[in-house]
Design a protein around this ligand. Structure first.
Ligand SMILES: [Ca+2]
Length: 74
């Protein structure tokens, strides 16, 4: 029975984390598959963070770059 408790906690933590960090689809408001600087700014991602996350300096964030950003931004 003890195994039930961590499973419940993990679910709660995952739910809370998802609620705090916007998903890629939520940030990509024009649905072009990339996050522009203005889309990032709209959800409170600073220009500095955006530049750091933009690993290939394309001026936009793809899903991988966005994931790295949301992991590092803690
Ligand atoms: Ca976009």
């Amino acid at each position: 029975m003890k195994k039930l408790i961590p499973a419940v906690l993990l679910t709660l933590i995952a739910t809370a984390a998802m609620a705090m960090a916007p998903s890629f689809a939520e940030v990509d408001t024009n649905k072009d598959g990339a996050i522009s600087a203005s889309e990032a700014e709209a959800v409170g991602i600073s220009q500095e963070l955006f530049s750091k996350a933009d690993a290939d300096h394309s001026g936009t964030l793809n899903m991988d770059e966005f994931k790295n950003l949301t992991v590092q931004d803690k």
